[in-house]
Design a protein around this ligand. Sequence first.
Ligand code: 5GP
Ligand code: ZN
Length: 119
Amino acid sequence: MAGEPQADCLFCKIVEGHVPADVVRESETTIAFRDINPQAPTHVLVIPKAHYPDAASLAAAEPGVVADILTEAGRIAADEKIDDHGYRVIFNTGAGAGQTVFHAHLHVLGGRGLQWPPG
Ligand code: 5GP
Ligand code: ZN
């Protein structure tokens, strides 16, 4: 069923506590943890606790949780003090755009200069 945990999903395992993660925030619907391979001084992933393969399928099924993810991203940026200088939020969607984990996740990146456009 849509949103149910998937046995073969790494981020579902983090939600369930079966794989450890450096958790920075948690809400009723989301969890946020540091990326294992950070691309900036602050690199946090904000994910829905429910399993959806990407942002669009999450938005179609549970639009309120997309808002929760962005609200959490803003709080993380404030906590990490990257909001003054500026930060970036990214949903890589599809393998061609660099998505490697098919459980929706928002990257929150900051703490250094960020080029535009990204590669
Ligand atoms: P994507 O490439 O799908 O947009 O992002 C997946 C992200 O998950 C990558 O930035 C990668 O470094 C991160 N990642 C992969 N495995 C783990 C893990 O076991 N723990 C954590 N904290 N991050 C992970
Ligand atoms: Zn999952």
